[in-house]
Design a protein around this ligand. Sequence first.
Ligand SMILES: [Zn+2]
Ligand SMILES: [Zn+2]
Length: 335
Amino acid sequence: MQLRDQLQKEWSRNLEIVGRIYICEQGINAQLSIPVENTHKLRAWLEAHPVFCGQIPRFNWAIEHRKAFKALHVRMRPLVATGADLSLDELSHEPEYLSPEQWESELRTDSESGQPLLIDMRNSYEFRIGKFDGAVCPDVDTFREEMAVVRDLCKDKKEPIYMYCTGGIRCSVAGAILKSEGYENVKTLQGGVIAYGNHIREHPDRQTTSLFKGKNFTFDKRLGEEVTAEVLSRCDQCGGPCDTFTNCANRSCNLLFIQCPSCAEKHEHTCGTDFCKDRAQMSHEELIKNRIPSIWNYHLRVRPEKIFGPDGVAQVPPSIASSDELEPQPLEEKA
Ligand SMILES: [Zn+2]
Ligand SMILES: [Zn+2]
């Protein structure tokens, strides 16, 4: 709690950091934007701090000229919502961490004798717009279901398992669980697709040989970052090739879906219902006066394939008439 208050105060005020930080007993997960000129101050701050000194974390840097976040939010939350309490003992069984270069070369070598078991540990909406060639992408909604699929896929505990996720955190937890269950050969991509994307972008000639194709979904307002130019997905409204995620402009809908520029214009940046178009036009004051509950629950909000009719317009559910007062939930990594 003390640490949370300290980070909230000192980082946002003195270091102009914005982003999202989760703190729990096992560690800290942070996605931050910081002005370049303050990075050395951040390092000095970490080196001087009793909690961090002697164990400065590895950073996953990305260079962007616009900020991905508006403010700094620090919250107490488990590292990965596993649905069960993990002991520090279980977490001490670390998987093998491969750098993007090692990941590439080991996958290539293993692929010579057939497709190795390569598992995408992210959400279904994430792998729609980008994934590693040959990856198995379990279409599940929770970490617990994901682990069940992994165990199912990997009968031989000696067989290599390659796992990746957005930033590497989910895989370090999943890898520790598998190792503690006796899986011997668990390899994870260190720093996740974020690190791999940086590796590709640093050397544009790697674009053509990248094992990852398409965009990496990001949990900020950009909703994605290009790794290679291939477009893997289609517009949820017209079916044309497109990999730009958006949220319906009506905040109480907030549906997450893929929308091409011409559909964005046609449907006024909404999911296409008259209801959402009307609300998207309302002023902040009018919206406050006419508060309504969130239209979709988390699971539906990220499953546009269940929402859109053949005309490319969302089907508004009866829950609009329900009386629960709910704020739209921010999008987060899979719980
Ligand atoms: Zn379209
Ligand atoms: Zn909508």
